[in-house]
Design a protein. Structure first.
Length: 371
């Protein structure tokens, strides 16, 4: 079995550090907040090249908090790509704002910038570019197109810890939300997330809302909720963060190896935008479906899984074709690029510890599954 992501291999590298950190927490009974959380926030901000990091309970909360801190609220319209995990849309719905979907770029699967700018209307308050699969969307193009408006950019950076665009990371010129779900490049041992920003006022707002609406016990300045980074998870994240740059480099090497191994095989390989430093959270190829259905891709996936290859799909349904957001009123065919990607994309195993031999086995199995 070659898993999609090998969490056991990652744990083996940090097990000793994590055990020592857990011992510190238990001895000091500092379960909520405390030195470990503070240290992680400082270290992750430095790693990300931003001034502020606020640890929270999970990535979905992080995105909601970032939106709320940026002033997005009930009745506002928020533009986001149809090709994303449902959490992006959930965060908008949870603050009673209105989801406005646009298509994705057919080559990179990132948000179609021209479509996003064309969708801006009088009620638009934010655009949420999703930094998908490990590379950043062209936020600078959005920023240029929004100049002179009051529309804010709130970045969904759940899949790009360590990625940069023209040398800058997510949130460097605004605000971004990230997830530390266990399978991420920087993954906790449970749910966790963070908001990063260059703006101190935004950071204070996020911290206030996420702590029952106040920074002082029993003083509640706004209506907030409880979304705090667990101290035990901070221990795990600190241990992994010291290795993240090396792990991302190993992912880049593995992705380059896949590019070579897939030469001559009739699948569409990933495209990296000029200016991007990709961190390869996922290596997503495309299996053509001549009849416009997922039949071909699903058959290949089933054969790979049967052969012990932990391939997967990210994502099988665009937001508008999920029952939860059927109320948006978009029929099939509304976002053709996202819909076509959904029936063709296939994610191959990739993690820092994957070996060249394992990758050769994966590609050979893919070759056999496509026969």
């Amino acid at each position: 079995m070659i898993p999609l992501v090998d969490l056991k291999a990652a744990h083996a590298e940090v097990a000793e550090d994590v055990a020592l950190g857990f011992k510190r927490i238990l001895e000091n009974t500092a379960f909520i907040g405390g030195a470990e959380v503070t240290a992680f926030e400082r270290e992750y901000a430095e790693f990300s090249g931003v001034a502020h990091c606020v640890g929270v309970a999970n990535g979905t909360d992080a995105l909601e908090l970032a939106l709320r801190a940026a002033g997005v609220g009930p009745g506002d319209e928020v533009i986001l790509p149809a090709n994303t995990f449902i959490a992006t849309a959930e965060a908008v719905a949870r603050i009673n704002a209105r989801v406005v979907l646009v298509d994705c770029d057919p080559r990179t699967y990132l948000i179609d910038v021209d479509a996003a700018l064309a969708a801006v209307g009088p009620k638009t308050r934010a655009i949420v570019p999703v930094h998908l699969y490990g590379q950043l969307a062209p936020v600078e193009r959005l920023r240029a197109g929004l100049a002179g408006t009051d529309v804010v950019i709130v970045e969904d950076a759940a899949q790009c810890q360590g990625a940069t665009r023209f040398g800058a990371g997510a949130g460097a010129e605004g605000i971004a939300a990230t997830s530390f779900y266990p399978g991420k490049n920087l993954g906790a041992y449970g749910d966790a997330g963070a908001v990063v920003t260059a703006d101190e006022a935004l950071a204070v707002s996020v911290r206030t809302i996420s702590s029952h609406g106040g920074l002082t016990k029993y003083v509640h300045d706004v209506v907030g909720f409880n979304s705090r980074l667990d101290a035990l998870q901070a221990v795990v994240l600190r241990a992994k963060l010291t290795r993240l740059a090396g792990w991302n480099a190993a992912r880049r090497a593995a992705a380059a190896r896949y590019d070579e191994l897939l030469e001559g095989l009739d699948v569409t390989r990933p495209v990296t935008l000029d200016g991007n430093e990709h961190v390869w959270h996922l290596y997503v190829v495309r299996e053509a479906s001549p009849d416009g259905s997922s039949t071909r891709r699903d058959e290949v996936l089933a054969r790979l899984n049967a052969a012990g290859i932990g391939a997967g799909i990210h994502y099988p349904y665009p937001i508008h074709l999920t029952p939860a957001f059927a109320g948006l009123g978009h029929a099939k065919g509304s976002f053709p690029h996202a819909e076509q990607a959904a029936v063709e994309i296939l994610t191959l195993p990739l993690f820092p510890q994957i070996t060249p031999d394992q990758q050769e086995i994966v590609v050979e199995a893919l070759r056999a599954a496509r026969r």
